[in-house]
Design a binder for this molecule. Structure first.
Ligand SMILES: Nc1c(C(=O)O)ncn1[C@@H]1O[C@H](COP(=O)(O)O)[C@@H](O)[C@H]1O
Length: 161
């Protein structure tokens, strides 16, 4: 199966957040790759990655970064693929800096921003799978089953009160 989703992060230290996006993609059978790429520290690599992503067959990019989190926006500026931004929880400002850096894109260059931290990374994986699933009934059906399971859990938790 060819790689459909690129999961990139500004530093290896983001992995404990970004692994949650990868876990969901794995669970839903969506082929992905994972890489450390930084707009600040490896700008040429970041440009090359963004420019070549569509040509390599990727359909969606998930980009996570913390602090001055410019990676998602800069990648979005260099590709027509949908980019999902994950604000990693920073130590100094609890991820508010990451969130605002990612969410406040200028008009014309969208980044689909999810919540700060692990829950956001999980949702980024789900959103990427749902985008793929819009064109792939098998992925869509697996995403639907996952959602059905969540609904069952809520109903059971209510009954067990
Ligand atoms: N925000 C960015 C970018 C970028 O946006 O290009 N590159 C690295 N970083 C972030 O710096 C934080 C600290 O990184 P280190 O732990 O390596 O010092 C990480 O959360 C990373 O995403």
């Amino acid at each position: 199966m060819s790689v459909q989703v690129g999961v990139i992060m500004g530093s290896k230290s983001d992995w404990e957040t970004m692994e949650h996006a990868c876990n969901v993609l794995e669970e839903l059978g969506v082929a992905y790759e994972k890489k450390v790429i930084s707009a600040h520290r490896t700008p040429d690599l970041m440009f090359r990655y963004a420019e070549e992503a569509a040509g390599r067959g990727l359909r969606v990019i998930i980009a996570g970064a913390g602090g001055a989190a410019h990676l998602p926006g800069m990648v979005a500026a260099k590709t027509m693929l949908p980019v999902i931004g994950v604000p990693v929880q920073s130590k100094a400002l609890n991820g508010l800096d990451s969130l605002l850096s990612i969410v406040q894109m200028p008009g014309g260059i969208p980044v689909a921003t999810v919540a700060i931290g692990r829950a956001g990374a999980t949702n980024a994986g789900l959103l990427a799978a749902q985008i793929i699933g819009a064109f792939d009934p098998e992925v869509q059906s697996r995403a639907q089953q996952r959602r059905d399971a969540i609904q069952r859990e809520v109903l059971e938790s209510s009954e067990s009160l």
